[in-house]
Design a protein around this ligand. Sequence first.
Ligand SMILES: *Cc1c(COP(=O)(O)O)cnc(C)c1O
Length: 359
Amino acid sequence: MRIVNFSAGPAMIPTAVMERAQKEFCDYNGSGCGLMEHSHRGPLFDEILARANSNIREILGVSDEYEVVYIQGGASMQFAMVPMNLMLPGGYAEYADTGTWSSKAMKEAKLFGEVKCIASSKEDKYTYIPSFDKWQPSTKEASYLHITSNNTIYGTQYQEFPEANAPLIADMSSDIMSRRFDMNKFAMIYAGAQKNLGPSGVTLVIIRKDLIARTPANVPTMLRYATYTDNNSLYNTPPTYGIYMLALVTDWVKEQGGIDGIEKINNAKAAALYSAIDGSDGYYKNPVCPCSRSRMNVVFRLPNEELEAKFVKEAKAAGMIGLKGHRSVGGIRASIYNAVPMEGVEKLIDFMAAFKKAN
Ligand SMILES: *Cc1c(COP(=O)(O)O)cnc(C)c1O
């Protein structure tokens, strides 16, 4: 096994995918040069783009009512593009504040209209997703409702999604393609690729066709969704290598049994890790409400910060990296995205037991 990388992102990519990319790196498909050297308007790249699209549509169950496009600038640029394109004139948008990324999205939206925070767990240090009966009801007049499906830093995740009267938009950067969900509930979803889909530099956006016409006339060309949807993401040069890796990663997801196969493995990984934490007689503690636990980012604390530093250091020596919690919250975070194998999680669990015994 390669080193087990528990980093929150960029994160592990399936080894089989890395090996295939390596094999094809200098000579793609017998063409005599690497894919990165090929035109984005040639037949080789055409095939890759079409494959990425059809894999994504198949795995996520995306109907013809939606467009699938690839945009640069990361999920962070979507924080601005969403309100810039979709805030109705003089309108307001609804946001649920469940962590740092939600707050950042709200900050950008305030530049383009009024923001109504209709649910928040900020007062409780973002340790849960507010239960829907505590939300202010979503309104028909709102331009949209924005949520963050998985909170990468705090280790919380929506177990189900709210009923919204406004078009529902989700930042799914850290749990896209990790579990089954009903795409038809959403007006739009987006995700930076570097957690579950491939390398950084490409952001997947899936948007319902009827929303695209909303964009005000003064939005610049490269920041308009229509520029991407009208041109099959080829208005200008797209991140060709990132899209290629996305095609390979989604091929791999299909080989794992598609979304249900992946979800089953993810559930088993998360259940094993949480049970190791819960069964440690309080030595390891997960601060999150059990009803909101993330199956992607598992956060936990040790009895003190010195032990946490020692844990990270010794885990690294044992071949496990990326375990330090986000600098804003401390503690330990094991990100167990799709590409982290069950054996990697088992290795961490064994290490946790040995560390506890020795310390
Ligand atoms: C990582 C992350 C982001 C930021 O993504 P960039 O591509 O770096 O802009 C946004 N939202 C969530 C939920 C994330 O996990």
